[in-house]
Design a protein around this ligand. Structure first.
Ligand SMILES: Nc1ncnc2c1ncn2[C@@H]1O[C@H](COP(=O)(O)OP(=O)(O)OP(=O)(O)O)[C@@H](O)[C@H]1O
Length: 192
């Protein structure tokens, strides 16, 4: 049976790096094919071999990115490691037009930018680690970052956790202790 969430607004999922956002989102997509849609970001980064323009990213020049930004075409944008990244209104609208519920996986600054504009009507979910130590262990066990990157991500995680602890910043906070329980809670929030 195809189940559709009762609330069709975009779902914004944030939380520190390594907390399990990607894992939870993948489960959601696998369990409910053709219900959710991901957006395609714009970036000024150069494509890597195998990356496809308009699919992996929309690859644009710094001038094009700046123009999109000044036109207000981006709902959120960030500068990371020498390049700009952003989500356009258009990519969200494209998915909505296909009848899909948009899921956005974005970091704290993006969440703040989206919330500054009330026309970005969305549901905000924060994924929290059971403890800071557990987060550090997950990041290390994942083995995809070097030590410097891990330290950067942990410093950023502190700011994200403080933001999440302030009242009213998210519609739902889920502690990802057991992945099964966290997924159940996510599912209940989205479909309940
Ligand atoms: N509940 C859990 N218990 C233990 N390990 C977990 C749990 N949830 C996820 N993990 C593991 O933690 C690691 C980080 O998960 P994931 O890559 O989904 O994080 P993320 O929040 O998407 O990170 P990033 O923002 O850096 O992409 C993975 O190795 C994943 O298998």
């Amino acid at each position: 049976m195809v189940s559709t969430p009762p609330d069709l607004r975009p779902i914004v999922i944030s939380g520190p790096s390594g907390v399990g956002k990607g894992t939870l989102i993948q489960r959601l997509f696998d369990a409910h094919p053709n219900i959710f849609g991901l957006t395609t970001s714009h970036t000024t980064r150069k494509p890597r071999p195998g990356e496809i323009d308009g699919f992996t990213y929309f690859f644009v020049s710094p001038a094009e990115f700046s123009s999109l930004r000044s036109q207000g075409a981006l709902v959120e944008h960030a500068y990371f490691s020498g390049n700009y990244y952003g989500t356009s209104k258009q990519t969200i609208d494209d998915q909505v037009r296909k009848g899909l519920v948009v899921v956005l996986d974005i970091e704290i600054h993006g969440v703040k930018q989206m919330k500054e504009n009330p026309s970005n009507d969305a549901r905000y979910i924060f994924i929290k680690p059971p403890s800071f130590e557990a987060l550090e262990m997950r990041l290390r066990n994942r083995g995809t970052e070097n030590e410097e990157d891990i330290q950067k991500r942990l410093a950023q995680a502190k700011a994200e956790l403080e933001y999440a602890d302030s009242q009213g910043n998210h519609d739902k906070i889920i502690v990802n202790d057991s992945i099964e329980k966290a997924y159940e809670e996510l599912h209940e929030f989205i479909f309940g």
